[in-house]
Ligand binder design. Sequence first.
Ligand code: OXD
Length: 309
Amino acid sequence: MRILFYTPDTHLQQAWLDDLRSALPSADIRLWQAGDDAPADYAAVWKPVPGILGQRAGLKAVFNLGAGVDAVLQLADLPRHIPLIRIDDGGMAIQMAEYVTYAVLQHFRRFDTYALQAGTAHWNKLVPRSKADCRIGILGLGVLGARIAESLLHFDFPVHGWSRTGKHVPGIHSFAGNDALDPFLQQSDVLVCALPLTRETHQILARKTLAALPQGAYVINIARGEHIVDEDLVSLIDSHHLSGATLDAFRVEPLPPAHPFWHHPRIQVTPHISAMTVRSEAAQQVAQKIADLELGKPVKGIVDLTQGY
Ligand code: OXD
């Protein structure tokens, strides 16, 4: 069996090859190099460039080696007649839950303001926030959003969620569809964006939607930079409608040094680390799914190309 592998992260290529080879010891696994147009049975890729997948003879399925599939879906030469398969969770949901829980707690317990005070050796006890005023709204209730909700419920935060179609997540009220977006936002003192990037969710957090959040709301984005209109976010923080943001994903990555997010005192930036693919786990999943496909068994995680996730 021939497996074509690609990631643009050159420093990770060998480690990926090692993990894939140990999960699939009898397969012939090769790193795609420019000009490689030899047949392959499967492709396992992250942010592929044109020419890797299109017209590839023999290809039966494509595996996406990260959480979001938007980069693959943007490829003009994506073969649309074979399954595109994502890694299910693969150790990423727990990392996202940790990241969001940290960001929520630092906002709720005002550690962000204490850090600013510490900068000027200012000793000042702030009034604690109440959980009733820290209602968490999670945009996107897939595997990742549901795991985040579960984690915040442990701390007794009131949690609700929004998704395009109705989802049942134990312990939370869920809103569904466009008409429910405004009521959802109006109750979200902390807004967590865990949405897939699609045509519908592109720039979903712009002036109008951000302004629908309650006064003093806090924004956490662990999804994609394109979900947010950067200038609108900064302007609503500057006008004190929003109290701040923790952001892990950006329109341009690495975030350019001159971008206002870097130096804004109320914005915390991290370099797209909220969840990193656990290579060995992802490689095992690819191996298991290939084994199932070869036996004609159903596999989980097939992306709906029309919905974009
Ligand atoms: C992502 C990832 O999709 O890092 O953002 O896996």
